[in-house]
Design a protein around this ligand. Structure first.
Ligand code: F6P
Length: 527
């Protein structure tokens, strides 16, 4: 598919001109004063997520130009190609079909047959495989839930094989069975695994070894240590106490694990919580809850796939991201979930967006002259307010903030939730309205942008929709930039060098190393 690079489109030139003439000095307060319908125009309900974009540095005319940009970059055709199973992950010659994992078994799939690795795959066939596997995973999850002897479930995995299930198990704490404890071990730092094992008994523990490739050194090291601990502490029956979640079932078998659930190379690691990688969540919230989680995501898929761009929330959010990154030059976005259960939401989004769109070349490998993914960072509110919000209100950099709030709490403690909601509203308000004060120290410039995402309740369904919203948002910005959002070559060099450095740590060979690495290795090896 031939696509026009975003900075070669007419819309990009028009956006540049708009930025220079009015965008640079746009004041959202003045636009609210002049336009009584600003909130209605710049907010919308999508499945399970209400979004208020009206506090952003944008107006209808700029949004129309951004929508032109998306059209001129071929975003719609690119989206349709993803949903048709085309191999849009071109550097790995893979389809991108995490959306198929949440498609109901009865839903029609395009008849199109996608050619990947010179093999023709049928989406109908893949959907059948998805549901056969899902049924097996959920039956296993139910059996584990009913098994009183298993009190502790330990997920060993890293990156997408950790962040998705961990974030979701924490987020849905109110729905999690109280009869089991869930642990997530990701770091190769033995402190993490050792601290977890200290509290476990082999006969009561189920280890889930989660790795798409089953080669990731951190996971393999932790899995081997967990297995050694299990056997040396009197554990028997690996088939009952170890389960592998992987596309590489052969490697899991070779490792000695026979209980396995597979998935497919068309599921990216950071998009895999919907697959076997979601097993900890399925055990935690049960089969019905997991199906609701998938259903919420599917609703968002349909919204993204079928809604005109003007009312398509992932598209609108992504275009705002492009506007801020490429025209305003903002380098980061702060994620502020006002729900303590969403504590890993910022970390989850970091992988989703920065591993997907942290790219500097186009689909042909040519360097790009414009910026791509911003830095994402954040903490749950209200904690962030008492740490770094000072900088957001009065610092020299403008950092767009993304608030996430939930209307109905799942606790009965009087007073807390109103206070929480008052705070999230007040922070967004303060960033925008500011406060004039002749004394410089107490002056708040205001006009600082934020987006407000609102869920009625934090449930499996709404969490599924919220995650899918962000997956598609990342797709759209990556599509505008013309990059491959689905590979991650940038993580490879460090992995290769770590092997070499590990050998040198043992052997002491410093030959050919740069001065700094040699100096540090020398210090680490000194008696
Ligand atoms: O090194 C990066 C990465 O490949 C991520 O993309 C992935 O989610 C993570 O490592 C874990 O990979 P795996 O599931 O294959 O162990």
């Amino acid at each position: 598919m031939m696509r026009t690079r975003c900075d070669h489109t007419a819309a990009w030139a028009a956006l540049n001109a708009t930025y220079e003439t009015s965008g640079i000095s746009f004041d959202v307060r003045q636009d609210f004063a002049a336009n009584g319908r600003r909130f209605e125009a710049l907010s919308q309900q999508a499945p399970h997520v209400f979004a208020d974009l009206s506090k952003n540095l944008i107006d209808a005319a700029t949004e129309a130009l951004l929508l032109n940009l998306a059209r001129q970059c071929g975003v719609e055709a690119h989206r349709d190609a993803m949903f048709a199973g085309a191999a849009i992950n071109s550097t790995e010659n893979r389809a991108v079909m995490h959306w198929l994992l949440r498609k109901p078994a009865v839903a029609p799939v395009p008849e199109a047959q996608a050619a990947i690795k010179n093999v023709t795959i049928s989406l109908t066939h893949e959907l059948t495989q998805v549901h056969t596997t899902l049924d097996a995973i959920l039956a296993y999850a139910q059996a584990v839930r009913a098994d009183d002897a298993i009190t502790d479930v330990v997920n060993i995995g890293i990156g997408g094989s950790d962040l998705g299930p961990q974030m979701a198990v924490l987020a849905l704490d109110e729905f999690v069975t109280p009869t089991k404890r869930f642990h997530f071990v990701s770091n190769v730092d033995g402190h993490e695994l050792a601290a977890t094992l200290k509290r476990l008994k082999p006969q009561n523990t189920l280890f889930l070894i989660a790795s798409k490739t089953f080669t990731t050194i951190e996971t393999m090291t932790n899995a081997a240590s967990a297995k050694a601990w299990f056997e040396s502490s009197g554990g028997t029956n690996i088939a009952r106490h170890f389960c592998a979640l992987t596309t590489n079932v052969a490697a899991a078998n070779a490792f000695g694990i026979t209980t396995t659930f597979g998935f497919w190379d068309w599921v990216g690691g950071r998009y895999s919580v919907w697959s076997a990688i979601g097993l900890p969540l399925a055990i935690a919230i049960g089969a019905e809850g997991f199906r609701e989680f998938l259903a919420g995501a599917h609703e968002m898929d349909e919204h993204f796939r079928t809604t005109p761009l003007e009312r398509n929330l992932p598209v609108r959010l992504a275009l705002l991201d492009v506007w801020y990154r490429n025209f305003h030059g903002f380098t980061s976005r702060s994620i502020a979930p006002y729900h303590s259960a969403l504590s890993r939401w910022p970390a989850y989004l970091q992988q989703l967006e920065m591993e997907s769109n942290g790219k500097r070349v186009d689909l042909q490998g040519q360097p790009l002259p414009f910026a791509t993914a911003p830095v994402l960072w954040g903490e749950p509110g209200t904690n962030g307010q008492h740490a770094y919000f000072q900088m957001l209100h009065q610092g020299t950099d403008v950092v767009p903030v993304e608030f996430v709030a939930v209307k109905k709490p799942q606790h009965a403690l009087a007073g807390h939730h109103d206070l929480l909601l008052a705070n999230v509203l007040a922070q967004a308000q303060a960033l925008m309205v500011g406060k004039a004060d002749s004394g410089g120290h107490r002056n708040f410039p205001g006009n600082r942008p934020s987006t407000f995402l609102l869920l009625d309740e934090l449930t499996p369904t709404s969490l599924g929709a919220l995650i899918a919203l962000h997956e598609h948002r990342v797709f759209v910005s990556g599509s505008v930039w013309g990059i491959n959002s689905f590979d991650q070559w940038g993580v490879e060099l460090g992995k290769v060098l770590a092997k070499d450095v590990e050998a040198r740590l043992h052997g002491g060979d410093l030959a050919g190393l740069d001065g700094s690495t040699a100096g540090l290795l020398g210090r680490l090896r000194a008696k």
